[in-house]
Design a protein around this ligand. Sequence first.
Ligand code: FES
Length: 495
Amino acid sequence: MSQAQQLLSLSRAARLVGVSRSTLQKNIRVGALETFEGKIAITDLLRVYPNTSMEDETMLEKVTEIKAKARPKRGQHDATTLPSPEVLASRLTLLNQDLINISSWLNRYTCLIDKVKQKLQALQISDNELLNKEIPALYDWLESELQAQPTQVDKKAQLFAKSTFLRLMAANIKVLPSGREFFVEGTASILEAALHAGLNLSYGCASGNCGACKARIISGEVHKIREHDYIISDREKNLGYMLMCSNTAITDLVLEAAEAKCSEDILSRKIVGKVKKLERLTEDMVLLQVQTPRTKTLRFISGQSVTLTLAEDISGDYAIASCPCDGQHLQFHICKQPNNVFVEYVFNQLQPLQTLLIEGPKGNFLLQKESTNPAIFLAYEEGFAPIKSLIEHATALESAETLHLNWFAASTGRHYLNNLCRAWGDALDEFSYNKYIASEAELSTEISAMLQKQANLAQSEIYVAGKKIFVDACTANLAGLKIPETQIHTIIMDS
Ligand code: FES
């Protein structure tokens, strides 16, 4: 088999050795791993990860667990769901072709070896003295090498077999021009899988009516999983266009599709949703879970906000506290405040199943998705809401090298999702969490002491969310440390 057939995409290589994509990217950046047209050779991968266990998928499982927790339950499409019989049959047909190719190569090499042996035997009867001495030795060596049983398992072959199995279970998709990659697993559509992976691809109805998810196939094969009302012209079909919400991937794909990069790329819309759950996290904090209709999900970038309207003249702007990888299930953190009719309504009257109007998204406090720098998050009390969305999105994208959360509050008990943050710390190798108690008077000093301890501060993207006094104290300290303003992203969340 040729070397070219043993090149792996970054996502597939990360999955095979059980590390995150950002870990591999770091290895590429420091020159430990080489890439060929963006791909990694199995041989090179084994050189850097020689102890890869074929069963060890610890890191992958950890990331999958975090991603699963970031998304409330719904029709699950994950690594445990088998692709449909049609997709499996198509993938098996393609793998069968691969098997034929590999078998052909093996047969060719076997014939070549036989011919070499015949030539060596012919040389033995020549009258050249030197040849008559060396050739039998070479012939014997070749014979013994061919007959020797491998003493160790061939790791390269093992990794190749594992990669082949993964190809059967999941297709790897690369989106151009961003170069972002994700897997389509189980019976998921390409759009569902892309959203799960945290990509902000263009879409509207998610059910084949609007055409907003149209994308062009550069290479690979897709399989239609639902009929759609939106008509793709013959000309567009010939150019390779298809609807991502109505197709799944049979093979690895390269697609051309637009992704939202800034807030202007996503239009604000009004959606009537319903209250799914109200959970008292503490005496003065409610976790409000809202569900949109399946065909009208909210498209947003992590860190953005919406206006929630519960009844006439009862509305409020709130940061979305959940991952954009699930635009149907949204979370909000509602803190008790005196003389706020919206908050009083939530705490005293709002009931599950009640409808409400969601308008948005809005705001420019956004995850810097293109950056692979370490990310440092500084939150003050309910400033944790947009920060939670950023962390879940960054985890889904596996974009940042490391994530460090520093959560400040005025008193104990105000870190209302402390257990969740600790669970992230336990589950993710690249995540760290620290909580701080500081009065307003102590804030600047505490922030200064915390920043002194942050490694790689000058190379990090720094996200700050909370009340004005906190944001001002953070930006003043960061300015004092000469951190470029372009690396500081802030949102003031005063009541
Ligand atoms: S999102 Fe509307 S057709 Fe796919």
